[in-house]
Design a binder for this molecule. Structure first.
Ligand code: NDP
Length: 245
């Protein structure tokens, strides 16, 4: 995917896990990368690993739920680097509880970060993508949006919302040379899934009999950001070892 070279790519939630791996992959393709998450220290550590390719790696401390903060960051990137080729909406959290005992703030926090955060960042970049008449937006949803999960009504609702958002935005932007797609990861080894990953019984429910890696998700994120995916829009693609078949 040589066309990713010199592309300006914004990745939210890049300080660890899937976002970190996505950043590494784009760096391997020699893209310029703009990393956003709340923990600037972690982002700077990642930056020191990535600079080997001598590309632009900028870190921004930003909360995806803060529209003003996100607008300022995106404006700064556009004004200084003239275009925004790719946005990866990856920032996300869980805060699990069965509905009967779920606190109101558990609901709001998860919906706010995962769904409103995706809306915020997309809204902010779309004005520039429309101006430049090109762009790719990739939203990280989850297979839990499709199959549900006990204790995750908040999370599954936020991720199902992202799929609906993706399809509607893809239709809005289809004639403007802007593609919008979602990725539904299955169970990927990261901090988010640490407790589930040790559950052997659960492993047996995955047809490929193994958990995914952050790299598996990053591979698809790069493909959907490249020109090789120009005829794909409005899709939610599973990377789940066959779990949601
Ligand atoms: P991690 O918990 O390892 O990382 C989450 C990232 O999101 C961190 O970099 C965190 O950084 C950032 N983040 C959280 N809240 C905010 C916020 N308000 N503003 C900005 N950044 C934020 O999770 P994963 O890497 O496992 O998950 C990444 C994405 O993939 C999420 O959207 C998740 O829902 C999705 N996913 C993951 C699966 C898995 O199995 N791991 C399966 C399906 C989907 P910081 O704290 O510095 O802000």
């Amino acid at each position: 995917m040589n066309d990713l070279k010199d592309k300006n790519v914004i990745i939210t939630g890049a300080s660890q896990g899937i976002g970190e791996k996505i950043a590494e992959q784009f760096s391997n393709y020699k893209s310029n990368i703009f990393l956003i998450s709340r923990n600037i220290k972690k982002l700077n550590n990642l930056k020191s690993k990535l600079l080997v390719n001598d590309k632009i790696v900028n870190c921004y401390s930003g909360d995806v739920t803060d529209a003003n903060q996100i607008n300022d960051i995106i404006k700064d990137i556009y004004n200084n680097y003239n275009k925004i080729d790719v946005l990866i909406n990856n920032a996300g959290i869980t805060n699990d509880n069965i509905l009967a005992t779920m606190k109101y703030n558990q609901w709001h926090e998860v919906i706010n970060t995962n769904l409103y955060g995706t809306f915020n960042c997309s809204k902010s970049v779309v004005r520039y993508m429309l101006k430049q008449k090109s762009g790719k937006i990739i939203n990280i949803s989850s297979i839990i949006a499709e199959i549900g999960n006990k204790g995750q009504t908040n999370y599954s609702a936020s991720k199902a919302g992202i799929i609906g958002f993706t399809k509607s935005l893809a239709k809005e932007l289809a004639t403007r040379n802007i593609n919008v797609n979602a990725i539904n990861p299955g169970f990927i080894k990261t901090e988010m899934t640490e407790t589930i990953i040790n559950d052997k019984e659960f492993l047996n429910t995955i047809p490929l009999k193994k958990y995914g890696s952050a790299e598996d998700v990053a591979n698809l994120a790069c493909f959907l950001s490249s020109e090789k995916s120009n005829y794909i829009t409005g899709q939610a693609i599973n990377v789940d070892g066959g779990l949601a078949m």
